[in-house]
Every structure is written in C-alpha cells, then in structure tokens.
Design a protein around this ligand. Structure first.
Ligand SMILES: Cc1cc2nc3c(=O)[nH]c(=O)nc-3n(C[C@H](O)[C@H](O)[C@H](O)COP(=O)(O)OP(=O)(O)OC[C@H]3O[C@@H](n4cnc5c(N)ncnc54)[C@H](O)[C@@H]3O)c2cc1C
Ligand code: FES
Ligand code: FES
Length: 1264
C-alpha cells in the first residue's frame, strides 16, 4: 500500500498509520491526475493505507512534507491548525492538514459546510475538534468577516469580542493563502496522460501478480483467464478483506483506467454511469443531471445525491466505486436500497465465446445473500443506469448510523412511490431495506398492501403490522440491536410518509460556534514572562508539517527485525501444545519467542497479583499474549504469526459478565467498603445502571523499538509510554539485568489517556526479550485491531444503588454497590475500584453514605487505567440516582442537585476537609452563562409542540480529587543544563502526549530563568537523564514536574546571582560564559516532594488528594425519538482551574476530555461475542466522536473532565423523559450508558418500538 511505501521506502514518515482500514484519516495524502479531455488537473484526498501503489501510474502524490516545512516555508494550512491550537498529540494532524489542503486546492474559498464535509473522514482523539474548526474557519470567506473587510467580528477565534480578554490566537499574523504558490503538477505526467497509454501494466511481487488492463477487451480477456481474480477499484472492500481477514489473491485485476468503466452518458430518460466511477465522480454527475433535467424528473437524482454524501468520509468517496459497492453486495450498503427502489438497472459483461451483455434489474433477485450476487465469475459490471423520475413519482432514502458521519448504516432504506395522475392512489411502490438481513430486503407484502389504495392514514396504518411480520431478524442476528433495527424499519417508513407530506424536519446543520473565556495575566507581569498566557504547543508546527518524530518514525536500524504477537483464541483453556515449526519454515521468519525464552522474571506483579508476560500453561481470555514471531519484515512476521498453531483444551468455567462473576465470587482482592452514618435508614428499593467500557483509541498504537547495544547487556528502548521508569524496571527484570543497563526514551506519544502505562511495559518487555535473544534490534508496532484486543480499556461498571430521601428533595441516605469488569488479570483494577469509592459523594453532602466496590475477575481482556480512573463510571451512577429522586418526586433534577450540594466547609465521607466555595461558584456561573432557567422553559414549550422531536437539558457538577492516593507517586525530578552559548536543555520525568507538558514546563523555566522560551529546549523524556520518575497521570504531571523544573531553575538562577550582581547590565549569554570561566556549575537537578497523601482503608479515612478541582457542565440536545439520533445543540462548561499556566492548552484539554466523555456516555460501545471475542477492533466498528458530534454551540472556561460529557447523557435522558410522558410513562427508568440511539429510541417507548418488542434469549453480543 502507498502508506508503507511512503513510510518505509521513501522515509516520508509524516503520513501516519492510525487504523489501516480507511477509518481514521491519519494517512491522508493528495492524489492528482491530469485529465487530457477536460485539460483539468483533478485532486483527491485519499487514504494511503488503502491505496495500492500499483494504481498510481500517471498520478502525482503530495504528502504533508511536500506542501511546507519548518525548514523552508509553512503552508497556511499547516500554520493555522498549529496556531489555532488544533494539534495536541499531533498524530492526526498531518491527515487533517492534507484533507484541508486538498479541499483548498479544489476550492480556495470553501464554506464551513465544505470544511466539515472535507474533514469528516479524519478522527482526532485529543482536541475535541473545536480548535481545528476554528483554525480552518479562517479560510472560509463567509466566516471570516474581520479578516476580509476589517469590520468588527463577533466570532474571532472563539473569543467574545470586546471582552478585553486575550485571544487564543491572532488572525492578523496568519500567512495568507496564495494558490499561486502551490506545487505545480509535473508536466511529464501531463504529457504521459496526453499520449493515452493504454497498454496493460503488470507488476509481479513475491506472491502476487497485479494486472492493470488498458482496455475493456483486455479486461474481459483477463476476467476469462482468471475468473477468480477480483477487480480492485477503490480497494475499500477487497483491501479490508485481504488485510484483516487474511484473504489472499494470487492475481489481481485493476481496471481503474479502462475508459468505458469511468464514463457517463446522459440519455433522455436518465443517466448511465460507468461502474468504475467513484462516489465523488457520481456526485458530480448527479449534480449536473439535476441542472440539466427538468426539475420534476430529478427526484431520484436528488435523493441519490443526498445519500452519496453520507457514504464514508471524503477520502472513501474519492476512491470507492459504484460498481464496487454493488458487487460487494454487503447488507448495509447505502446505495443498493435506493438503486433498487429507484428502478436502476446494470449492464454486466463477459467475454465467453462471444462478448455478451446482460442487463440485470437490481430490483429483482440480483442479490443472493451476504456478499453474493448473480454475477458469474467472469462477468464484470460495466455500467449502471439511473432513470429520471416520472411525473408523480417520488423517491426517498433514509439511513440511521451509529455516528452522523463516516459510519456504516445500522439500517437504511430506499422507498419510491408512483401515483396515478392527479390522484393520491398508488400505482407502484417499492420499499427496500438494508441492514436487516444478509442482503437488502424488499418489503413486498407491504407494497402489495398499498398498491391501488389511496395514500392516507387508513392504508398506511395497516402497513406497519405487515412490516413487523415481513422484516424479521433472528434473535442472534449479526450486528445485534434486533429490536432497534426492527423498530427502525417502521420509523423509516413513517418518515417516508412525513416526507411525502412535506413534514419531515431537517436536522440542524453542522456549523460549530464557540465562545471561550480566557484568563488575563496579572497586572504588571512582564511581557517576556509566558506563564499564564496562551502559547502554541511547542512542537505544533513540526506536528503539522509531519516533521515531528513518533516512535515508529525512527529510521530502520541495521539488521532490524519486526515482532508480531500471537494471541489466544480461547477465553479459558489449557495450552496443550505450541507448534511453530511451520512458522519457522516461512521465508523471513527468524525466531519465535515464548515464555521459556524469558531470561529473568516471567511476570509483572500488580497489587499483589502476578501477570504473565506470555501465557505458558493456561490462557484466561481471547487476546492474551502467548508467543511472538520475529521476522525480517512486518509482512513476514504476520505470515509467521498466522502459521503458529496453538492447541488448547478448553476449560468450562468461563466468566464474562459481572453477574457471572458475582455468582461465582470471582473477585480481585481486596474488596473495599466505605461508610458514614446510618445507611440502612429509610432506603428505597435498589435501582441499577450499567456503564459500558471504553477503548482509549489513542491515534498512535503501541510502538516499540528495542536496540541491544551489544556490550555489557545494555538495551536502548524507544517507545511510546506514559511511564518510562516503569518500563525500564520491567525490561530489566524481564531480562534479568540491572536497571542501569536499560534506558528508555520517549520523544512524544500520539495520545495515551492512561492506556500506555502497564500494558506498554509488558509489550516492551516481550520486545526486549526478542532483541536480547536474537541480538538484533526489534520493532513492534501494534495494528489497531491488535491494540484494541490486547491492551484493554476503561472498566465497564455495573452500579446498584438504594436511596432514601425526603419529600422536599433532601437525600438522607444512599448505598452504592459497584462492580467493575476487570478482565482476566488485575492490572490497576483494585485501585480503580478504590477511586470509585473515593468519589461516591461527588458534589453532594449525603449524611448517611455507604459504598462497596469490587473488581470482578472475568475471562475478558484485562482493563486498565483510563482518564478519570473509575470516576466517570462512579459519578454516572451517583447522578442517575439524583435523576431518579427527581423523577420519583416529579421535580427537576437540577433542583435535587442544588438542594443536596455541599455548600460550606465540609468533610467528605472519608473525613477530608474541604471548602466547596468554588464548586458553588462554578454551579451558579454555569447556570447563569447557560441561561438555564429560560432555556428550560423554552424546551418545555418545544416539547409540547413536537411529537417526535424532543429536547432535553441537563446540568451536572463534579468534584474531582487531584494527585495520587499512593503517597510515593507524588514526587518528580528534573535536570536542567545550561550550555556555554546560553541555550538551556530541560529534562524532566513527564512525557509529552499532547497535554502540552513540555510547553508548560518551557514556560515555567522561562519565567524562573528570566529568559525567552526560544532559548529553552526539551528533547525527550529519558530514564538516563531523570531516574525513578512517576507516571504522567492523575492530572498531576505538570504540577509535579513543573515544580521540579522550577526548583532546578531556581538553583541555577541563584548560582548566577553573584555574576549578575557584578555585571547587572550584562546579557544572559555574558553571565553564562562568565559563570563557566568562574567554574560555576551550569547544571542542576530539581526535585519536588509532593503532598503526603494517604488513605487508610481500615479506618475508612484519610487525605488521598492534594486538593479538589470543581467543574460544572450544561448541555442541551435535540432527540429524534423515531431513530434515537440526537444533536448536542449547546454545551456550557465552567471549571475552577486556579491560575492556568497556559490557557490555550488547558482549554484544549477541557474540550478534548469533554468530547471523550461525550463518546463514553453516548456513543462508544465495545462489543464482545457470547464466547468472549472482541468484535469491535477498529474505527469501522467502534465509533469515537467526529467533527459533527461537537456541540453546535460550545462555551467554556477552565479545565473540565471527562465526566462533564455526561451532561449530554442526562440531557438525552431528559428528552427521553419528555417522550415517555407523551407515551403515558412517568417515574424513574433505567437508561444505561452509553445512551446510544438504540437505547434512547427504545427508552422513548414510541408506538413503533412497542410494536416490535420481543425478548431474546441468545444475544449476538454480551452485556458485560
Ligand atoms: C471506512 C469506510 C467507510 C465506508 N462507509 C460506507 C458507507 O457509509 N456507506 C456505504 O454504502 N459504503 C461504505 N463503505 C463501503 C464502500 O462504499 C465500498 O467498499 C465501496 O463502494 C466498494 O467499492 P470499491 O471500488 O472500493 O471496491 P473494491 O474494494 O475495489 O472491490 C470490491 C469488490 O467488488 C468487485 N468489483 C468491483 N468493481 C466491479 C465491477 N465493475 N464489476 C464486478 N465486480 C466488481 C471486486 O471484484 C471486489 O470483489 C465504506 C468503506 C470504508 C472502508
Ligand atoms: S490509517 Fe488510513 S485511514 Fe486510518
Ligand atoms: S491531536 Fe488529534 S489525535 Fe491527538
């Protein structure tokens, strides 16, 4: 693929690997071709991970390195994302840059709609997208009033104009966009295109032959010669099969340049499109058709156009073809239902004895089953005919997907009705559904019921029950969501009716606006002092140009091998034999590493339990690491890994869910309890809520490069970890060598969020064993699917609670029981369970309070630390309890929250004293800024006026403890060198993972040494510079390391004092050189001894946190009760942040965490099969928020946490409550997290959901 060619062969590592499957956009590049007919140069953004290099003959490829660099000149697209603070960890940034660059090459004056459409295929896990939108908004003429005409702008990079507050970035300094400066298309490629070289190209690899025919005849001949060979067009389907399912094709035919496949013909009754046309090309054909045909004939074109815009992201639409979509015959194609309903036909062609044309009607029996059509192996689809609509004929398409953009549909539909002239009597109707079976389904009986009858209530009301009977799904239908999908078939038909009547409301457009309040620095602060001022992430520009180096960007070292992990396929089994003889015979395979090869300790110990690095005798989950194959290349290692055969003897006692763990008393000890007051008094019956787990989905997967130095057992480990010292210790123990022989080096991480601590150390240890055994450098970079399978995520939690309350809303007692699904090994689960108990009270003073928590041991991959460390799960249960009290009393949740909130200096349930003044201030300020009470009234009115759309609003507070409850982790060290030229090198124990720690530390050093930041450099985090460091976690990295750097700088500054006194007018450089000549040491270590925190679980009291931070979030949503889809209309956030070192970075953290919380509580679902196999192993199955999930209005100050995302959850719950009221349902109800469209829709209890409800016993996925 182009991606590995760029990265490995050309050493252009700016283009990143994030998923390998077209789902994240990290690998976006621009492909350009010259069209000799139109004389135009066309540019497309494409995913390099799916683009075969062999398809690029005659094309120019532009990567992020090609458009600008910090060494020469930046491109405005690179500059603006960096300066607008749109690059945190930076791993997604080159992809964003290239998507935007391509958009501007095609359209230098885009609208905001163009920008969001162009970026929809790019994911970012750090920023929350707002700063990226803000940076790129500056290219939009309509959004850019102040820059264009100098008038007053009310939307200047998110700041309220006239507020007197500093701007996050200054538009005035930005480089102008000058298209004349863009790279020119290579003239030799133009000449090549003019020659119309139609000869066949053949490429032969080690195992595969690639043939690109130049003409249709050749294509048909090749198809006759190699009937089993696939046609690779956009490669968006076949490529995934080859990559992820291991399907191998010895011959591939790629007719992307065959003219007949990529043309279009307009005829009187419609338009004929070559099957090789991409979706983007089809879009332009339809746009032209809409202009050229009489308006009344364009209904089908418009509908198809609207549907195409929703297929994948821009990069997918630029390559995925119409023919490929049809021939792939997968059940939730967005095109086939509408093509079928819209009477489209296709022409298929084969050579045979004589070339035969067959016209298939897509309507009738073309699709035979999952990925099966009637096409014969030697047939190809030549073209598709899309008929113009006839008078009185109306066509509509609908889809519901787990995310608004770039997500395959859960259910979709194409529906067409043709009326008798001047009448509402139906002459013809077709209804096709996708996503409800192995192939698209026609609702024939329902259609028969309608034909010949007038389109009116009486006719249609019969149809729903027919549809319920006709569109069935088995109890364990692949994809699950059975009730929901069936209810969607009804509600989509209902929407067809609404559309028919012209009553279908459109969804709010995705146009994001933000108002951010930024702190002012204290009066009198010197202009040079950067502390407290917004400052760009110190390497944002390198990140935007692709120069920033991540672990896998390190150049290949001599003799380097690649390591691929082999994992267990059984949830619980004895390993009876590992046979790797076949693997060792394969070319390129060098060795197989098993537990027996580990020279030192074969396990890591966490909270008293041992975790094997590689399983020896028994496996306890699918995905457990068993052995590893090392080979000359990644491809060889993958083949080797596939050839390893592990024999098992299954063990029967498998535990997957928390219920099973409770029944079998399968827990990691100790189980904790905390209690104050008399809890039993006045408690009501228990309620419950489930909170699903969450995948970290850092964009950079786990990556390692271990280099044996070859002398005295020294090992250099380059890796992406939050905790280098822990990895150093793990590697040393594993190899049986002292720590002083192992050095760990971390330049930067492409995101981490807690997921790069424990599992990283284990993976690094295995890689080190391979390096030690072979004596060669070994690289290991997990693929996205491996990473998701092996490394675990946030703990799913089942929370039960009982609550006692008074009629006036005061909660008198609450009793919580938490069960966290820890997985097969303990990792940090016991600590997570403890932290849950420490946040039980959230912001509420509940006099009688008890909490019990347990980490359940199950046969699922082990879960680990994740931003918030159990608190987001804990608090959702607490807030659900508050909601229930409100529903029970018929009052509003915000009233119950206010009544019970801490209001004066208090003791927590573990007797830590604190002052909640800032909590109350945050609450009041958020209430005011959000205009909460007025909006609540407006929402009530909206809900009375709308039956199927409901709005909801919620405001939630958080009190969050900062620091590690384990006292010894609250320390940090730093090393600062000043060189003779005055430049300063700072090293500290924190790792840079996008949170901007190096930038803030640079600001601190600048203030302490009183020099500009430009003199200060931070190269990497290394155990050689600063030993025995603590993890960058618990929101404590900058607090601790900043203090250590401050200490070191103050030592140095004081040492220079006599020199400064002697020469007060001297420059920094003068003083430094003098100090050197006077033999004053210019190097110092700094140390920070943090708070002595502790928690005595026996006594149930302590001071486990240095302090609390407070925040309040308020969100409003609009929910479509028919489909469960929602849109966050507005979010307001207020946080007590103290004094920020760098407001732009802190705001970035706030928004990023909020969006991660929004994903956790409303969208992200991990799915396991009934036998414990993780289904969700990539962005196609696991949806994190994308651009269009950002609240349309996003107002914030301060540093909030993930938990504030729950304001969206509770706003959805509020909207559902309104819908349930219409259905006659009041009182508490259980809404589990995430509140996906499925859950929200079913909870609304509409007429349609009630029609389909059945209880299934054999679900497709586990409820863990
Ligand atoms: C990230 C991602 C998101 C996606 N989102 C959506 C979505 O939202 N909605 C949706 O509908 N689809 C979606 N898809 C699927 C995508 O639309 C299809 O994979 C694509 O249309 C297939 O076209 P292709 O040219 O890439 O086919 P290829 O992968 O090149 O080929 C697929 C199959 O079709 C056969 N084939 C191709 N052309 C012909 C022909 N002319 N005659 C006979 N056989 C042929 C090939 O032999 C092969 O077996 C998504 C895919 C990805 C990777
Ligand atoms: S790496 Fe190509 S889209 Fe994710
Ligand atoms: S900055 Fe986007 S993924 Fe980190």
């Amino acid at each position: 693929m182009l991606l590995s060619f760029l990265r490995k062969n050309l050493r252009l590592t700016g283009t990143k690997y994030g998923c390998g499957g077209g789902g994240c956009g990290a690998c976006t590049v621009m492909v350009s071709r010259y069209d000799p007919q139109t004389k135009n140069i066309n540019h497309w953004s494409v995913n390099a991970c799916l683009l075969p290099v062999c398809q690029l003959h005659g094309a120019a490829v532009t990567t992020v390195e090609g458009i600008g660099s910090t060494k020469t000149k930046l491109h405005p697209v690179q500059e603006r994302i960096a300066k607008a603070h749109g690059s945190q960890c930076g791993f997604c940034t080159p992809g964003m840059v290239m998507s935007m660059y391509t958009l501007l090459r095609n359209n230098p004056q885009p609208t905001m709609e163009d920008v969001t459409e162009g970026l929809a295929g790019n994911l970012c896990r750090c920023t929350g997208y707002r700063p990226i939108v803000d940076g790129y908004r500056t290219f939009c003429e309509s959004e850019n009033c102040c820059q264009l005409n100098g008038s007053t702008c009310n939307m200047s990079n998110g700041n309220e104009n006239g507020s007197g507050q500093p701007e996050l970035f200054s538009k005035g300094d930005l480089l102008p966009l000058d298209p004349t400066q863009d790279l020119i298309f290579p003239p030799e490629l133009m000449r090549l295109a003019e020659v119309k070289d139609q000869t066949t190209q053949r490429f032969c690899g080690e195992r595969m032959t690639w043939i690109s025919p130049g003409s249709l005849n050749e294509l048909l001949q090749l198809k006759a010669d190699y009937p089993q060979a696939p046609l690779v067009m956009g490669n968006t389907n076949i490529g995934l099969d080859m990559k992820f399912k291991g399907i191998f094709h010895p011959v591939i035919i790629s007719p992307t340049q065959v003219p007949e496949l990529i043309s279009e013909w307009f005829v009187f009754v419609g338009v004929c499109v070559g099957a090789g046309c991409s979706m983007s090309f089809l879009k332009s054909v339809l746009e032209r058709s809409i202009n050229d045909f009489p308006p009344e004939s364009t209904h089908m074109f418009r509908t198809l156009l609207q549907q195409i815009k929703l297929v994948g992201g821009q990069q997918i639409r630029n390559v995925a073809t119409l023919g490929g979509n049809i021939a792939s015959a997968y059940p939730n194609s967005d095109l086939t239902p509408i093509l079928a309903a819209g009477r489209c036909t296709l022409v298929a062609l084969s050579k045979g004895d004589q070339t035969s044309y067959i016209i298939y009607n897509i309507l009738i029996n073309f699709f035979l089953g999952f990925a099966k059509t009637v096409l014969k192996p030697d047939e190809i689809v030549l073209s598709v005919f899309i008929p113009a609509s006839r008078p009185n004929e109306i066509v509509h398409a609908f889809r519901h997907a787990p995310r608004k953009e770039s997500a395959l549909a859960t259910v979709n539909a194409g529906m067409r009705v043709w009326f008798n002239e001047n009448s509402n009597v139906v002459k013809e109707i077709s209804i096709y559904y996708g996503g409800v079976g192995a192939t698209i389904l026609s609702a024939e009986r329902a259609c028969q019921q309608i034909v010949g009858r007038p389109w009116e209530e009486a006719t249609l009301s019969d149809v729903y029950s027919t549809l319920v009977d006709e569109i069935k799904l088995g109890p364990s239908a692949p994809g699950g969501k059975v009730d929901f999908r069936r209810s969607l078939t009804l509600s989509l038909f209902f929407k067809f009716n609404l559309a028919q009547m012209g009553n279908l409301c459109s969804n709010p457009a995705c146009n994001i606006h933000c108002v951010l309040c930024v702190q002012n620095v204290l009066e009198g602060q010197s202009a040079q002092d950067p502390v407290g001022r917004p400052m760009m992430h110190r390497t944002a520009l390198s990140q935007a140009t692709g120069e920033a180096v991540y672990c896998d960007d390190l150049p290949q070292t001599d003799g380097e091998l690649f390591l691929v992990i082999v994992t267990s396929s059984r949830p619980h089994a004895k390993i009876t034999h590992i046979d790797f003889s076949e693997a060792l015979k394969l070319p390129g395979v060098v060795d197989v590493i098993t537990a027996k090869d580990i020279p030192g300790k074969r396990f890591r110990t966490f909270t008293g339990y041992d975790e094997e690095l590689l399983a020896e005798d028994e496996v306890t989950c699918v995905g457990q690491m068993v052995c590893a194959v090392v080979a000359e290349s990644k491809a060889h290692a993958k083949r080797g890994a596939a050839a390893v055969k592990i024999s098992y003897e299954d063990l029967q006692d498998r535990i997957f869910t928390v219920e099973e763990a409770i029944e079998k008393e399968s827990f990691f000890l100790p189980r904790r309890q905390i209690e104050r007051g008399d809890v039993e008094k006045g408690l009501r019956e228990a309620e419950q809520i489930r909170i699903g787990g969450q995948e970290h989905f850092y964009l950079e997967t786990q990556s390692f490069l271990v280099i044996p130095i070859g002398e005295e057992k020294e090992m250099k480990v380059y890796l992406s970890t939050q905790h280098p010292a822990f990895t150093q210790e793990a590697v040393a123990e594993t190899l049986g060598i002292p720590s002083n022989r192992v050095s760990c080096h971390v330049k930067r991480l492409g995101g981490a969020f807690g997921g790069k601590v424990t599992k990283t150390a284990i993976l690094a240890s295995i890689t080190a064993v391979a390096a030690s055994k072979t004596g060669r450098p070994v690289r290991c970079v997990l693929e996205r699917g491996e990473d998701m399978l092996i490394t675990g995520g946030r703990h799913p939690v089942w929370g039960k609670y009982k609550v006692g309350f008074m009629k006036d809303g005061r909660i008198t007692a609450a009793d919580f029981q938490y069960y966290a699904n820890a997985g097969n090994v303990v990792d940090e689960s016991v600590l997570v369970a403890e932290k849950i108990l420490l946040h039980l009270d959230n912001a509420y003073n509940i006099p009688n309070l008890r909490g019990r928590s347990a980490a359940c041991k199950t046969n699922l991959p082990s879960n680990t630390a994740f931003r918030g460390f159990g608190v987001p799960q804990c608090m959702l249960v607490v807030e659900s309890m508050i909601d229930d009290v409100a529903l029970k009393l018929g009052r509003l949740p915000e009233e119950i929250r206010e009544i019970n909130m801490y209001k004066e200096v208090s003791l927590t349930h573990y007797k830590m004293e604190f002052d909640p003044e800032n909590l109350v201030r945050c609450w009041n300020e958020c209430m005011k800024k959000a205009d909460f009470r007025q909006r609540r009234q407006a929402i009530d009115i909206f809900n009375q006026q709308n039956q199927f759309k409901k709005r909801g609003i919620a405001i939630v507070p958080i009190k969050y403890g900062i620091g590690f409850a384990e006292a010894f982790l609250n320390q940090a060290a730093a090393l600062v060198h000043i060189y003779k030229d005055g430049s300063v090198l700072v090293s500290h124990g924190g790792t840079e993972m996008g949170q901007g720690i190096h930038t803030k530390v640079q600001q601190v050093a600048s203030r302490e040494l009183n020099i500009p930041t430009s003199l200060i450099h931070i190269s990497e985090t290394s155990t050689q510079c600063v030993p025995n460091t603590c993890p960058s976690a618990a929101s404590f990295g900058t607090d601790a390391n900043g203090m250590a750097v401050k200490d070191a700088c103050q030592i140095l500054y004081n040492r220079l004092e006599p020199i400064r006194k002697k020469n007060p007018k001297g420059t920094w450089q003068n003083w430094i050189i003098t100090a050197f000549l006077e033999k004053i040491s210019l190097s110092a270590t700094g140390y920070y001894r943090g708070h002595d925190l502790d928690m005595d679980w026996e006594k149930q009291e302590g001071k486990p946190y240095a302090y609390f931070t407070y925040a309040v979030g308020c969100s409003e949503v609009e929910l479509d009760c028919l489909t469960g889809e929602y849109r966050t209309l507005r979010t307001d956030i207020v946080v007590d942040i103290g004094r920020s070192i760098n407001p732009s970075i802190d705001i970035g953290q706030i928004e990023g965490a909020f969006m991660q919380g929004l994903g956790l509580y409303t969208m992200e679902e991990l799915k396991f099969s009934p036998s414990g196999v993780l289904y969700t192993r990539g962005p196609s199955q696991y949806k994190i928020p994308s651009f269009c999930d950002v609240p349309l209005k996003f107002n914030g100050i301060g540093e909030p946490t993930v938990f504030l995302g729950s304001s969206v959850f509770f706003a959805i719950k509020d909207a559902v409550t309104a819908a349930r009221k219409d259905a006659g349902l009041t009182g508490p109800f259980q809404l589990n997290s995430p509140a996906t469209p499925e859950r929200a829709c079913l909870a609304c209890a509409t007429h349609f959901t009630q029609m389909v409800y059945e209880s299934y016993t054999q679900p497709w996925a586990l409820n863990i």
